[in-house]
Design a protein around this ligand. Structure first.
Ligand code: SF4
Length: 150
């Protein structure tokens, strides 16, 4: 039976966050456990390790990153690393997973530079947020998926 949803893997209880932890959401985990949703982690699919240095979008939103107008920068306060290519690769892999599953909806983790939808951290690494979506969320929405943020 075709799956109808993709979800952020960390919401399903998979410890794939930058800090090596999960962000389990019981309702999302129940969908996965019932076989109704497929968990994906765009940053892992992009080839980034877990744990990893946290990243933010600098110079714009996920749409801007996809258009080549903004970058994704990982920073631990001392070093800064451009991880834009990995984020774009992961977003495309998430879209491919959605298509394979026959998914037309996504439930994604709020505020993430990949999965955030509508609000993300603003690129200042200060905890401040701004309007915009993460790279994977932007790509999924641009390809017709109904994206919900939790
Ligand atoms: S990229 Fe998405 S699924 Fe992966 S850890 Fe971050 S919020 Fe969770």
């Amino acid at each position: 039976m075709a799956k109808k949803l993709i979800v952020s893997a960390c919401l399903a209880g998979i410890p794939c966050r930058y800090d090596g932890k999960a962000q389990r959401n019981e309702a999302v985990a129940a969908l996965v456990e019932a076989g109704l949703a497929v968990p994906v982690c765009p940053e892992c699919l992009g080839g980034l390790p877990t744990p990893r240095v946290p990243a933010e979008l600098v110079g714009g939103s996920g749409e801007d990153v996809l258009d080549g107008k903004a970058r994704v920068i990982a920073s631990d306060g001392e070093t800064r690393l451009d991880v834009t290519d990995a984020f774009i690769k992961g977003a495309n892999a998430a879209l491919e997973a959605a298509r394979e599953a026959g998914a037309d909806e996504a439930i994604l983790k709020a505020n993430s530079p990949s999965c955030g939808f509508g609000t993300i951290y603003d690129g200042s690494f200060s905890g401040a947020k701004a309007a915009g979506s993460g790279v994977a969320a932007a790509l999924l929405a641009a390809n017709g998926l109904k994206v919900k943020s939790v």
